[in-house]
Design a protein around this ligand. Structure first.
Ligand code: MEV
Length: 447
């Protein structure tokens, strides 16, 4: 065990890090070294840039960068960049985009852009004195003393929207919050919010120490626990929706006819009441959401955290999409809490992120929220549509077949023959090997 522990690893050069790893963890396997090397970018500048995104970088980890075209969103056509490794996701998005193209496309609404952060603190003393101190004195000071952080954001139309004191002592002894709301315009805003919150904490400490109406005991009981933005963003929300007549939708339903819309609605209702299904249902939505979030250089962990917290807002994990039929019109929508940015962070640094944002017409953060929500809704539509008609495996297995063929190093000619064979057969790893071996044996015999 001892020889697996290292001191000063971060100070090693990249080569030394790789060498140490190989020697310590991989029995010095040369092919592993080769793989690590192959994934390095031959453009030195680019490699340096990637090395600097994180610490202890030894190579790169690539994701396919794809595009799903034909998305009609609020009357404008987009090709949506998606970074994802899972087969079928981009194909399903493109198919859903095409399906809704001649049915009015996707419509979106921004339901809010407020983000939240907290100074979490404890205080054991007179609550009314604390409230009055906050309202009559501290609140203005918090705004005033954070001006050096907020003035640029304010000139762009954003900044701190509200600062409130929240008494949480009923849930946790002596626990209070400064609950602040922000508009960070085109930035995701994590740095801005956290800087404001840490400034609030400094001002708070200084002002409470000076305040004569608190006893020494009360002052000593005051303690800042932590300052941090919240990744739960129920007030930074976007809605994406599609609608068309039930007749039109049923007519597209490969033989299911009237039953199609009924099954679709049922599938959504199941995800609304059954957490086991809701988790998978929402995972499918996040296939679309995350892939655009990643391609545009945003933080997919933050987006995931917010979405799943929101999915629990009524006390039970549930579907993020909903549907209804009213007066013969089918309406299907996704409400998604989403905090993303189109300036700052990776957006300026990562060349492919710049490409993704260019493809999308250099959108504002709200426009990007709309596009991301549409990708999520399209993905969910694609998944439900497949599951209630052909089953999900048909599409998946086709992509699975391509992956197996890739692994077995099939030639282009072999691929064409194999795809043709599996049009009517169920794909399994063994069956692919059997048929491909047959093809190869025949080809050898013919020589
Ligand atoms: C697979 O990545 C996503 C699905 O399971 C989503 C769903 O079941 O709705 C197909």
């Amino acid at each position: 065990m001892k020889n697996k522990i290292v001191e000063g690893f971060s100070k090693f050069s990249k080569e030394e890090k790789t060498e140490w790893l190989l020697n310590t963890y991989t029995q010095k396997e040369e092919n592993i070294k080769e793989i690590v090397k192959k994934y390095l970018n031959s453009y030195e500048e680019l490699q340096k840039l990637h090395d600097e995104f994180a610490e202890n970088t030894i190579t790169n980890f690539y994701l396919p960068f794809s595009v799903a075209p034909n998305f009609l969103i609020n009357g404008q056509v987009y090709a949506i960049p998606m970074a994802i490794e899972e087969s079928s996701v981009v194909a399903a998005a493109s198919k859903a985009a095409k399906f809704w193209l001649d049915k009015g496309g996707f419509k979106t609404t921004i339901l809010g852009t407020k983000k939240t952060g907290h100074v979490h603190f404890t205080f054991k003393g007179n609550k009314e004195k604390l409230r009055l101190f906050f309202e009559n004195h501290l609140k203005d000071k918090l705004f005033l003393e954070s001006i050096h952080i907020t003035k640029n954001m304010q000139s762009r139309g954003g900044g701190i929207l509200a600062i409130d004191l929240i008494d949480k002592t009923a849930e946790l002894e002596n626990y209070f919050q400064i609950h602040a709301q922000f508009d960070t315009i085109n930035a995701m805003g994590a740095n801005f919010i956290n800087s404001c919150l840490e400034q609030f904490a400094k001002t708070f400490k200084k002002e409470i120490a000076k305040e004569t109406q608190f006893s020494e005991e009360e002052k000593n009981s005051f303690s800042i626990i932590m300052c941090i933005l919240s990744n739960y963003t129920p007030e930074c929300m976007v809605r994406a929706e599609v609608s068309c007549s039930v007749e039109v939708l049923n007519a597209n339903a490969r033989g299911l006819n009237e039953e199609y819309v009924h099954k679709f609605i049922q599938a959504i209702k199941i995800a609304e009441i059954e957490p086991y299904r809701a988790a998978t249902h929402n995972k499918g939505i996040m296939n679309g959401v995350d892939s655009v979030v990643i391609a545009t250089g945003n933080d997919f962990r933050a987006v995931e955290a917010s979405a799943h917290a929101y999915a629990c807002k009524d006390g039970k994990y549930a579907s993020l999409t909903h549907c209804e039929v009213e007066n013969g019109i089918f309406r299907f929508w996704l409400d998604l809490p989403l905090a993303v940015g189109t300036v700052g962070g990776l957006t300026k640094l990562h060349p492919l992120v710049k490409v993704a944002l260019k493809i999308l017409g250099d959108p504002s953060a709200t426009k990007l929220m709309e596009i991301i929500a549409v990708a999520g809704l399209a993905q969910n539509f694609g998944a439900i549509n497949a599951m209630i008609t052909t089953g999900i495996q048909q599409g998946h297995m086709k992509m699975h077949l391509f992956n197996i063929l890739l692994e077995l190093k099939a030639t282009e000619e072999e691929k064409i023959k194999m795809v043709d064979f599996f049009k009517t057969e169920t794909v399994s790893y063994n069956k692919v090997i059997e048929i491909l071996s047959g093809l190869r044996n025949n080809a050898t015999k013919q020589l």
